[in-house]
Design a protein around this ligand. Sequence first.
Ligand SMILES: NC(=O)c1ccc[n+]([C@@H]2O[C@H](COP(=O)([O-])OP(=O)(O)OC[C@H]3O[C@@H](n4cnc5c(N)ncnc54)[C@H](OP(=O)(O)O)[C@@H]3O)[C@@H](O)[C@H]2O)c1
Length: 258
Amino acid sequence: MKEKYAVITGASQGLGYAFAKELAAQKLNLVLISLPGQDLCRLALCISDTYNVKVRYYETDLSVKENVINLCEWLNRYFNIYILINNAGLGGTQKFTDASVQYINSIIQVNVVATSLLTHQLLPNLLKQPQAYILNVSSMAAFSPIGYKTVYPASKTFIHSFSRGLSEELKNTGVVVSVVNPGAMATNEEVCKRIKKLGYIGRLTLLQPEKVAGRCIRQLFRKDRVIMVNPWSWLVMALLPVWIKLPLLTYNIKKEIQ
Ligand SMILES: NC(=O)c1ccc[n+]([C@@H]2O[C@H](COP(=O)([O-])OP(=O)(O)OC[C@H]3O[C@@H](n4cnc5c(N)ncnc54)[C@H](OP(=O)(O)O)[C@@H]3O)[C@@H](O)[C@H]2O)c1
């Protein structure tokens, strides 16, 4: 009998690492995925010792389609997957004309292609479990286009729409599909520096990844399909028409590159 595991992408730091600790604390075995060179082996050992669970790991660049397929083959061969968390994602703030081909391509490959393919390739495995969960990490940025971010919010809108559609398609199965749309989180130094530039409102809405991970896992097990961690920001985004929020957000984000 293969044992049940939770798979987390982007697990070596930030929100992904917070998910790993949260699930390990609930005595779930883990498969951690990260880019090569993130000291994932040490991290896996540390989580396994602290929480007394099994932790496996796999290092790969998810912006390469063949790597995603190889990873899925390995996962399907060795594990029963109980939870899949598509957390790996990247973005940035740049003038579109200054952005490199690699920058644009890697955002689309990791956020859009890897999320879709991992879900597609692992779904038969998840469907074999009596109950299983998929959590896709989108962003508050999914709710408005934003200049100087352009590709990132578009990719997060994709993740949101993809998750809602798949959730509906799978509603009579044992697989629950949820999406979370966090606002800014203090996950790394670069994010914190950017938030500081956005002033009081930015700092006020900044979230701690451990809190976000805890809430997400609680809501996931309650089968909440759209997990809101910043309800007030979400309300503002939902109420404001695009002709107001698009120039407003773009004006604020532009400060990050000035
Ligand atoms: N931080 C925020 O303010 C914020 C706000 C809203 C949404 N989000 C979303 O939350 C998720 C986690 O963000 P974060 O801030 O914790 O992390 P982050 O520091 O922005 O990094 C994202 C993670 O994605 C993984 N990743 C990036 N490129 C990859 C590639 N080519 N192949 C494999 N993995 C790759 C990396 O994982 P490893 O380092 O483990 O390799 C990295 O830790 C992302 O989807 C992000 O878009 C973040």
